[in-house]
Ligand binder design. Structure first.
Ligand SMILES: [Ca+2]
Length: 179
């Protein structure tokens, strides 16, 4: 029991002091892969965020800050809509992982699936992969990580599908392969 308690306390301390909990950056997805955070030049979405777009627009997805849990922090939100969110990295990169910080609201499996399509010219996109079975705690910000292996592209279109409320996003990260 004592062992269990001390382990639990350590875990609790990790939660309190970890960068995730403090709304800073985030740890590397996988230390065994040579990944580095990649700058995004531009982000657009169709439709645009449906709530408070002026205050909590798409630029919030790239500011390196994480919203607090619950409503209404700085979440970029689409209510009852599935957006197509397109990112331009400025040049062709080899991407190993994409991560989205989001908050499930009405149900644990609110983020039903995420489809990723990639492109070189911003006009033609090729489906890359679809990710599903994303189950998290409600009203709590969480990272979902998608393995892109080592796809080479400049443009990335993220197509999330909701069930329940909609989408609440706080940050999107592109991790490029540095070797
Ligand atoms: Ca942010």
């Amino acid at each position: 029991m004592a062992t269990f308690l001390s382990f639990f306390h350590l875990f609790a301390l990790f939660l309190v002091f970890s960068p995730w909990a403090n709304g800073q950056g985030s740890p590397k997805p996988d230390p065994s892969r040579s990944l580095r955070l990649c700058k995004v030049q531009k982000v657009t979405s169709s439709p645009g965020p449906t709530m408070d777009e002026i205050r909590f627009g798409l630029d919030r997805l790239l500011d390196g800050k994480l919203p607090k849990d619950g409503w209404r922090s700085t979440w970029t939100a689409w209510y009852q809509k599935d957006p197509a969110v397109t990112f331009d990295l400025g040049e062709i990169k080899r991407i190993g992982a994409i991560r989205v910080y989001f908050q499930a609201w009405a149900r644990e499996d609110e983020l039903k699936s995420v489809e990723i399509a990639v492109g070189l010219d911003g006009k033609t996109f090729f489906p890359f992969n679809e990710y599903g079975e994303i189950v998290t705690l409600q009203e709590k910000g969480t990272w979902v990580e998608m393995d892109l292996r080592a796809v080479r592209a400049r443009y990335f279109k993220i197509l999330p599908k909701f069930q329940g409320w909609g989408h609440q996003w706080g940050e999107v990260e592109f991790w490029e392969i540095s070797k």
